[in-house]
Every structure is written in C-alpha cells, then in structure tokens.
Design a protein around this ligand. Structure first.
Ligand SMILES: C[S@@+](CC[C@H](N)C(=O)[O-])C[C@H]1O[C@@H](n2cnc3c(N)ncnc32)[C@H](O)[C@@H]1O
Length: 312
C-alpha cells in the first residue's frame, strides 16, 4: 500500500473516540495488516537475542527478573525469557493492547511448529517449561491469566514506564524491542530515570531500536530513510497520530540520551543499510535541515541494539 494512503487511513481512524478508534484500527490490522496471521517467531527471536547479548557481556540471566517496556498485542518476548529460564517478567504498556485471541494463535503456532521452536531456542530452551506451556494451551478453558500465572509474567496495562510504582532495585534487566522509536524524547528521559530507580545495582538495560521509516515496511517503493526529507511540521501531518508516531531520533541521539540518563554504554550494535548509504551519496534524497549536521553513516543506520548500565 502506498505509504501516503496508509498515513491518511491512520490519521482518519485516530480521530475517532479512543475506544472506537482502537477497535477500528485493530480490525484493520487483523483483516488487512500485520495481524492477519499471528507468527510469534520474530518476538521470540527478540527475546533470544536480548538474552544472548546479556550472556555475551558475562551476565547470567537465568533466575533473574526482566522488565519490558511496551508489551504490544501479545506478551511473546516475555514468554521467550521465561522459556529460557527467567524467574519472571514484568511487562508494562500504556495501552491494554494484549488480545487473548492473538496469544492463543501464537501458542497454536508454537504447538504446530514444535521442531522450528526447538531449533530457534537451541540449547537455551528449558524443555520442561515449553512442555508445560503447550500442555496449558491444550486445555479447553485456556485463558490469558493462566498463561501469565504459569510463566510468572506480570502484565501492567494501562501502565506507564515513567512511573511504574515498582520497588527500587527490584529488576535485573530493563528491556524493549522496537518501542523507543515511538516515544518522544522527554518521555524517554523519564523512562530511563525510572529504569535507574527500579534496576538493581549492576543490572543491564538492553534495548533494540528500529530507526527506519516504518512506512517503508509496507511500501517497498520508499527507502528506510525516506522520512528524513521532511521537517518536523511536515512529518507530523503524516505520522503525528497515536498509531504511527516516530520520534526520528538517530543512533547518535540515542547514545547521548542513554549517557545523559547517567548510564555507561557497554555495547552498541548499529546496523548500516548500504542502499540508504548509496542514496545519501547520490544526493537524490534531500535531507531536512534537522538532520543536516549528521554524518551519512549515522543517517544510513536503520536499527541498533544498545546495552548500558547505570553509572556507579
Ligand atoms: C510498537 S509497539 C511495540 C510492541 C512490542 N514490543 C512488539 O514488538 O510487538 C510500542 C508499544 O509501546 C507502548 N508504550 C508507549 N509509551 C509507553 C510508556 N511510556 N510506557 C509503557 N508503554 C509504552 C505503546 O502503547 C505500544 O504498545
């Protein structure tokens, strides 16, 4: 779908009163968008990749407590943490977006593709936990509460990662996957400050941020950096709604954000996108002055993992 048509639909739906707007948007996503068929693999992989990054830095996530910002439609990444041996997961979302039918479909996928799921986790998988999960899923009266109970997942929604109400020092890992690009800078500062309060000394922040123009995910005619040509005012007309808000912060902005929050960056894994680098080099895409001072390398970076730790 052409991205400007998508933007028009999102802007129109966002004008409806909240409840009807969310219901209409879910209906559209379910019938025409990314929720047509639920496949949990990318979110399980997000959990596995987070876990691997923690281990790579010499930490053992087994038996530890995770905190996830931005649950979204189904708590699949928290499920992955539990399947690898986490003690429990607190997952928080401003909006109570979780849909039991999507969770059920995700589990059905896992049951139908048992071998694929086992391969995905490899030696990280706690087989007993996967068996218990799939057994629970077979129960006729299966409900989301039973799943959250089994996997020790605390789902807080509506809840705000800037004000969690959690005890100081109660979590070991503060994580998110494809969430921080949707949150305004001033709120991100508060989320990290709250993270510093609730994380135990020595705990890690592990965040994966998608810097790409999300319209490019469903319109192959535009590049992942297409949105860099617009001023904030122009961009706001396309994506300044609750469904598509993107802060357009770049990798260097995020590094500064984490450092200004009193954190020490332990690892960054930015992904450069060669076709975007080439597009920038060709000067076919006129970059807005907001991004004019940034290097081509920064502008052509389309996602990153950032692992950090509160400074002592
Ligand atoms: C793009 S969704 C990502 C969901 C999920 N991580 C995934 O990959 O499917 C971003 C989520 O962050 C939530 N969110 C935004 N600001 C938040 C905040 N201050 N506290 C908690 N959740 C927030 C939104 O409600 C939304 O569900």
């Amino acid at each position: 779908m052409h991205w400007k048509l998508k933007a028009r639909i999102q802007n129109t739906v966002s004008l409806l009163p909240s409840q009807s707007s969310y219901a209409a948007y879910f209906w559209i996503q379910r019938h025409f968008g990314g929720l047509r068929r639920m496949n949990p693999v990318s979110r399980l992989t997000a959990g596995i990749e987070t876990w691997q990054r923690i281990r790579k830095l010499g930490y053992d996530p087994s038996g530890k407590t995770f905190f996830e910002v931005g649950t979204g439609r189904a708590p699949i990444t928290p499920l992955a943490y539990w399947l690898m041996g986490a003690k429990g997961v607190i997952t928080i979302d401003l909006n109570p977006y979780v849909k039991p039918e999507l969770v059920k479909e995700s589990l059905q996928y896992m049951a139908d593709n048992h071998a694929e799921i086992q391969r995905l986790f490899g030696p990280l998988l706690d087989q007993g936990r996967l068996d218990a999960l799939l057994k629970l899923h077979l129960q006729t009266d299966f409900g989301i509460d039973a799943l959250l109970g089994l996997c020790n997942i605390q789902y807080i929604a509506p809840g705000d990662a800037t004000r969690t109400g959690l005890d100081p020092g109660g979590i070991d890992f503060h994580t998110s996957f494809n969430v921080f690009e949707h949150i305004p800078l001033a709120i991100l500062e508060k989320i990290l400050a709250e993270g510093n309060r609730i994380i135990r000394d020595g705990g890690l922040f592990v965040h994966r941020i998608d810097y790409s123009d999300h319209f490019s995910h469903s319109d192959s005619s535009i590049s992942p950096i297409n949105f860099l040509q617009y001023s904030d005012t122009e961009w706001d007309k396309y994506a300044g709604n609750r469904y598509m808000y993107m802060n357009r912060l770049r990798h260097d902005d995020f590094v500064k954000l984490f450092e200004a929050a009193g954190q020490h960056i332990l690892a960054t894994e930015p992904t450069a996108h060669p076709p975007s680098r080439e597009l920038l080099g060709s000067h076919r895409l006129k970059i807005d002055e907001r991004f004019g001072m940034k290097s081509q390398e920064v502008l052509a970076t389309t996602d990153a993992w950032i692992v950090s730790k509160k400074r002592d």
